[in-house]
Ligand binder design. Structure first.
Ligand code: S3P
Length: 171
């Protein structure tokens, strides 16, 4: 097998398990783990709701775009993106070029259960998130690799991702 030090990028809608799965995957592979929201919060010294309140969604997306390019230029990372980062076609192609991108998906029922009482942390949950999920479907579908997390444990999802990643790692 050829060593693959390209990034592994976990994306998908809010509540699909990106951060939990990404952190576990990084531990399993002994790689550094970066959560793009946590990175933004650390750099800005503001929470995500505070950034949305001060800069609007447009301001948040600009910051997100810069972080996306910064992380894509590195190697050997496991990156969990915010749910909207790869909806942008430019961000998507930058990350697809930087490594293996896996889009996590889940049923609306599973998402609802996971996101109950989380609207304080996620400004976009205050609106109609089901409509937002529909709006984003084409963008998520443009990512070639999907893993459904609805009825799986994070450990099962990690196993599936490692299997898929090994297909791309061995040439
Ligand atoms: C967003 C998802 C959030 C965060 C921000 C916007 C989105 O990340 O980046 O609230 O546009 O879907 P999570 O998917 O980690 O909740």
């Amino acid at each position: 097998m050829v060593t693959n030090d390209r990034n592994i990028v976990i994306t998908g809608f809010m509540g699909t398990g990106k951060t939990t799965v990404g952190r576990l995957l990084a531990e399993r592979l002994g790689r550094p783990f970066i959560d793009t929201d946590a990175e933004i919060v650390q750099r800005m010294g503001l929470s995500i709701p505070e950034i949305f309140a001060r800069e609007g969604e447009t301001g948040f997306r600009h910051i997100e775009q810069r972080i996306c390019r910064f992380l894509a230029a590195q190697r050997g990372l496991v990156i969990a993106t915010g749910g909207g980062m790869l909806v942008d076609a430019g961000n998507r192609s930058v990350m697809l070029a930087s490594g293996t991108v896996v889009c996590l998906v889940a049923s609306p029922e599973a998402i609802e259960t996971r996101l109950k009482n989380e609207a304080d942390e996620r400004p976009l949950l205050r609106g109609d998130w089901r409509a937002l999920l529909e709006q984003r479907r084409t963008a998520y579908d443009a990512i070639p690799t999907h893993v459904d997390t609805s009825d799986k444990t994070p450990e099962q999802v990690v196993e599936e991702i490692i299997f898929l990643w090994q297909q791309t790692a061995s040439v």
